[in-house]
Write a new protein. Structure first.
Length: 196
């Protein structure tokens, strides 16, 4: 969110202003310059996502100048208490992240932009985040979280894939991270684990 609010994501408009692209148009709609605000809030394909996830309708597109101003306005206008305001902030942040991720998949992997598939993914992620937060708040000693994992997709010929993960022990709060690198056939090239 910080990078998005500071205009530091590599949208076509930003790359065009730095003379790194020939045109600033959005790769999703090819109609308007791809600013961060356009990518996250204003492009036609993101409208059903915002409505499906948070019930947010972005009606006054011409009034949105920057992402951070929009975010501040939405959170200020939401008068349901601090906890609900925090929840809405989390929903917005997760939605922004998924929208940017979908945009990148569209640009780099030619994936279709399908709001009906993205909305359930966002909703599932938010539920998992809520579960994790409630477990942390209640400080339970035994934690069992089951997440349906997507099947691994290997990269194209000549590419390698780097997977990383992290974990925290609920009892001791010890943390660790791990990285695994595989080739296009799925064979292990290398890996590393680190306790934090």
């Amino acid at each position: 969110m910080w990078r998005a609010c500071k205009n530091l994501l590599a949208t076509n408009h930003i790359l065009w202003r730095r003379h790194l692209r020939n045109d600033p148009l959005c790769p999703c709609c090819s109609e308007l310059p791809e600013s961060i605000e356009h990518t996250i809030l204003l492009c036609d394909w993101v409208q059903p996502v915002w409505f499906g996830v948070a019930g947010i309708r972005i009606n006054y597109k011409e009034q949105i100048r920057t992402l951070d101003e929009w975010l501040l306005t939405v959170l200020t206008d939401f008068r349901q208490g601090k906890e609900q305001q925090s929840y809405l902030g989390n929903v917005i942040a997760v939605t922004c992240w998924f929208l940017w991720k979908a945009r990148c998949h569209h640009v780099f992997e030619k994936a279709e932009l399908l709001p009906e598939k993205i909305v359930p993914k966002i909703q599932r992620f938010i539920l998992e985040m809520e579960d994790a937060n409630s477990l942390t708040r209640s400080k339970r000693n035994i934690v069992e979280v089951r997440i349906k994992e997507d099947k691994c997709q290997f990269p194209e010929e000549g590419w390698t894939k780097l997977n990383c993960d992290g974990a925290i022990d609920a009892k001791t709060f010890d943390a660790g991270i791990g990285v695994v690198v595989r080739n296009n056939a799925g064979a292990l090239i290398g890996g590393k684990g680190l306790s934090l």
